[in-house]
Design a binder for this molecule. Structure first.
Ligand SMILES: [Zn+2]
Length: 411
């Protein structure tokens, strides 16, 4: 990073110094249709006004369309090939262990947030789940806490004491819409009190995993969100919203999960445990998706012909795309040292599992909805101010949101 009050340069991209508070919101699992349907139903008048009079774009998320790779791309402005976080897990072939990537030591790029704080901007970050907090806050001075652990904040670790008292809401359950509401409520309270120059808010997709766009459960969530965003706008902030990924039903005609169990398939072809399937969606919070998403990576022994397995996997019903590592990393801008020999993406309504016996679907109390594939790549990018010039040419990404909010909207 280099920079002055004229702005900062981070990972090769320049960002102007904010002339007014800028709030970037990552709405987890925000398929564009959620916004469209909520606006149509009258549940989200502020968002309706943004769509009509502000900036309303549809942009591409990072594949795998999972939470951490996309949140880290948003706060670094670059793809996972640069920042390194390509999922929740990778397989360390030398050590023979699956490694969880939620520690900042796996992050290979500075965040825009850290660079701005180092240049003297005041920063605040609020995430729903604590799993993202240390990655997002890495190298940053300022306020950074999660709803999940808002009862444990200290000045030394989180930049403020008693986040719970500041927000004035009860500590929410980790599996609830309230976990995300707490993020928005905290954002409004922080804007009213500390008024940071730049704020990043990141929610959880608990609601989107259960409720399809336009349903009462979804519209209620967007109504809640709309009220808080309106308050941030009324406090004078530029509010820019995007998403980490979309969300689709992953069920068959009978409403049962539609799953290709790749480990079982490969064990049948190659012998037990010859191949190793990694599902980078896997994390400690699996209740709402059973660790089932539309993206997997497969590690094969050197003796196995990856090209031949690629062809056989690509022929399976429900599989949309299989690529060898180099092609996958080139197409999706992923770090080759953290991907397997093959990348497998399933179709819109299908997810990929390891072995039937390794997925506990007992916690699914609604038909499975999930993400991870190409079918969840398109997400909204909305700003409550119009662009200060023509729409940038070329393919726009969700990780262009800081560039758009800081550099490309009307003052
Ligand atoms: Zn997500």
């Amino acid at each position: 990073m280099s920079g002055t009050r004229a702005g900062v340069t981070v990972n090769g991209r320049g960002y102007r110094w904010p002339g007014r508070p800028v709030v970037v919101v990552c709405v987890d699992g925000c398929e564009p249709e959620y916004v469209t349907r909520a606006v149509q139903s009258g549940a989200a008048p502020w968002l309706g006004d943004v769509v009509a009079r502000g900036t309303a774009l549809e942009v591409d998320a990072v594949v795998p369309t999972f939470t951490n790779p996309n949140n880290l791309s948003i706060v670094t402005g670059v793809p996972p090939a640069v920042h390194g976080i390509c999922g929740n897990y990778f397989y360390d072939r030398d050590a023979g262990v699956e490694v969880m990537m939620n520690d900042p030591k796996y992050l290979r790029a500075e965040t825009i947030l850290a660079a701005l704080s180092r240049a003297g901007a005041s920063l605040a970050v609020v995430t729903a789940k604590d799993k993202l907090r240390r990655l997002l806050g890495h190298g940053m001075r300022g306020i950074c806490f999660s709803s999940e652990q808002a009862d444990r904040t200290t000045v030394a670790e989180h930049g403020l004491d008693d986040a719970l008292g500041l927000v004035g809401l009860p500590l929410p359950s980790v599996y609830s819409a309230a976990l995300s509401e707490f993020v928005f409520a905290a954002g409004v309270r922080l804007m009213e009190s500390a008024r940071p120059d730049v704020m990043y808010l990141s929610t959880t997709d608990y609601v989107q995993h259960k409720h399809a766009p336009g349903t009462p459960g979804a519209n209620d969530f967007y109504r809640m969100m709309d009220g808080y965003l309106a308050k941030l706008g009324a406090l004078g902030a530029t509010v820019a919203l995007t998403a980490d990924h979309g969300m689709n039903a992953k069920t068959d005609a009978a409403g049962a999960p539609s799953v290709v169990y790749l480990q079982d398939v490969l064990d049948g072809w190659l012998g037990a445990a010859t191949a190793r399937v990694i599902l980078p969606i896997t994390d400690p919070y699996v209740v709402h998706h059973g660790a089932l998403g539309s993206f997997a990576t497969v590690y094969l022994p050197a003796a196995v012909d990856a090209g031949a397995i690629k062809g056989r996997l690509a022929a399976l019903p429900g599989v949309e795309l299989v690529l060898e590592r180099a092609a996958a990393c080139a197409r999706f801008e992923l770090p080759p040292d953290r991907m397997g020999d093959l990348v497998v993406v399933s179709t819109r309504n299908v997810v990929l599992g390891t072995a039937v016996a390794r997925h506990d679907l007992s916690g699914l109390d609604a038909p499975l909805r999930s993400h991870g594939g190409l079918s969840e790549q398109l997400v909204p990018l909305l700003v409550n101010r119009p662009l200060d010039g023509p729409t940038p040419s070329g393919r726009l990404r969700n990780f262009d949101v800081f560039d758009i909010a800081l550099n490309r909207v009307a003052a």
